[in-house]
Design a protein around this ligand. Structure first.
Ligand code: GDP
Ligand code: IMO
Ligand code: MG
Length: 455
């Protein structure tokens, strides 16, 4: 679609906000404005692919939360990259990728990721990559604590974190003893802050978790070469976004994880340690919230890695079909992803929390070959029907999913490039989602490659 249909929901929405009047130009159907792309389920919806795809329409791509617990996969012809920290726009030349203050950044992982990209022929320079000075750094003791805590828990208590130090780093940020990227410019300050943070950590590591204490000088030795490499990339992210907006350039905000992993609105305590909802794009990037396009990435079925309730999980041949055909292994930890039917209850929650203007539906090809496809339309909980998740802690472990059943399709759809090419039942499945969520599906992904997309 080259321009917005004047009768479309999106057109009405945008003109209602006065956006069409202010910014009259479109590019391939996408406004020169601000867009946020985020996951609606338990992560791994295919956000990386969608961001990479839409990067053509943006000048700046910003990560605003999470850290290298994320694994975003980009496939273009024979090339595949899995990015953990650098925004998924980096494969496109001349785009600026920014790491916002809301991210927790492991400097070692970032340096490794930069090297991998450079080896793959991608330019990495301060003109292409910027890190907010306010971004908190994941230190070696954060990773040790994450691992020690997970190892000390057993059975149902385990969260199944990625053990990348995400939670402990956010804890230090809130406790106001965190190390920030800007501290790498002042080594005396860095040394003093590490020395201040460590006694409490060592007390826990030694006495509670019976592991070795961390030596502050060793931490300094470890961080020095990383700091030297990263300091040139430090920047004022707020200023970059503000300047781009003043020039009417498009800024794209890339979410990590998914709404059900949000620290407040997800399946607490089986969640990550940041707000994954779109509202956090403003706080986590350092700019006002002006989103003209809110693109929700919905996987055509549901997956989850790590512990926690999953009402539509299919521990049977249907789940196996999705796991095998969808190659559902964690991009960060390699763990097998749990699989199940699409769940409209959690998607409705994502819609009400994030207000999408459109849906990007991914991995529809994985459902080919199933005779019947179930979609959870509501939960039964304490004798009542729920259209939204009940709010009690861990309630999702006690709900009964209520299903609609649709006919499946057998054809391989990986080569479809227009909606008309899809089998009738696949189109019905898409329409069912649009109707249930009252939101248009504008992108359908039918394979991992950038090309395998219907727009
Ligand atoms: P993200 O964390 O949301 O970016 O998603 P991940 O990259 O962790 O996981 C998505 C996986 O599915 C990756 O291996 C992608 O290459 C792959 N993928 C993305 N879209 C599609 C699709 O439409 N069909 C298939 N079969 N695979 C896809
Ligand atoms: P992307 O961006 C899927 C999950 C972990 C664990 C929980 C807490 O690729 O979609 P953490 O290490 O964050 O403290 O772990 O959150 N988790 C993800 N699951 N995709 C992700 O990111 C995830 N990031 C964290 O498996 O259950
Ligand atoms: Mg992922």
């Amino acid at each position: 679609m080259d321009s917005l249909d004047p009768g479309s929901t999106l057109h009405n929405l945008l003109s209602g906000h006065g956006v069409l009047m202010e910014r009259g130009c479109t590019q391939g159907g996408y406004f020169m404005s601000n867009m946020v792309v985020f996951g609606t389920q338990w992560g791994d919806e295919g956000k990386g692919k969608i961001v990479d795809l839409l990067t053509d329409h943006a000048q700046i791509i910003v990560r605003f939360q999470g850290g290298n617990n994320a694994g975003h996969t980009l496939v273009n012809k024979d090339r595949k990259f899995i990015l953990h920290l650098i925004p998924s726009g980096i494969l496109h030349p001349d785009k600026l990728c920014l790491i916002g203050n809301g991210v927790v950044l492991d400097p070692e992982v970032l340096c490794r990721e930069m090297d991998t990209l450079i080896q793959g022929g991608i330019e990495i320079s301060p003109a292409r990559l910027g890190i907010s000075k306010k971004t908190h750094l994941i230190m070696p003791y954060h990773k040790e604590l994450d691992l020690a805590r997970e190892s000390a828990k057993s059975g149902q208590d385990k969260i199944g974190t990625t053990c990348k130090g995400i939670g402990p780093c956010y804890e230090d940020k809130m406790a106001r003893i965190g190390i920030r990227a800007g501290d790498m410019q002042d080594l005396d300050l860095l040394r003093a802050k590490i020395a201040r943070a460590l006694p409490e950590k060592n007390m826990l590591l030694q006495n509670l978790y019976k592991s070795s204490p961390v030596n502050p000088e060793q931490v300094m030795e470890y961080i020095l070469p990383l700091a030297k490499k990263l300091v040139p990339f430090l920047t004022d992210v707020s200023h970059k976004i503000q300047t781009a907006r003043e020039k009417s350039q498009t800024v794209m905000f890339e979410g990590a994880q998914g709404v059900q992993l949000d620290i407040d609105h997800g399946t607490y305590p089986f969640v990550t340690s940041s707000n994954t909802v779109t509202g956090n794009a403003s706080a986590g990037a350092g700019c006002s919230y002006q989103m003209q396009q809110v693109i929700v990435v919905v996987k055509a079925y549901t997956t989850r890695v790590g512990q926690g309730p999953f009402p539509t999980e299919q521990d049977n041949r249907h789940g196996e079909h999705m796991q095998t055909k969808g190659a559902e292994y964690g991009s960060t930890t390699g763990r097998k992803r749990r699989c199940g039917w699409l769940d409209m209850v959690i998607l409705r929650e994502a819609v009400r929390l994030c207000g999408p203007t459109e849906i990007a539906l991914t991995k529809l090809d994985v459902l080919s070959g199933l005779e019947r496809i179930k979609v959870c339309s509501a939960y039964e909980y304490q004798g009542k029907k729920f259209l939204y998740p009940p709010q009690e802690e861990n309630a999702l472990a006690r709900v009964k999913p209520l299903y609609d059943e649709l006919d499946g399709w057998q054809e391989d759809i990986g080569n479809c490039r227009r909606r008309e090419d899809l089998p009738e039942n696949a189109v019905r499945y898409i329409q069912h989602i649009e109707k249930m969520l009252n939101t248009s599906v504008r992108i359908v992904s039918v394979g991992p490659d950038r090309e395998q997309t219907i727009r």
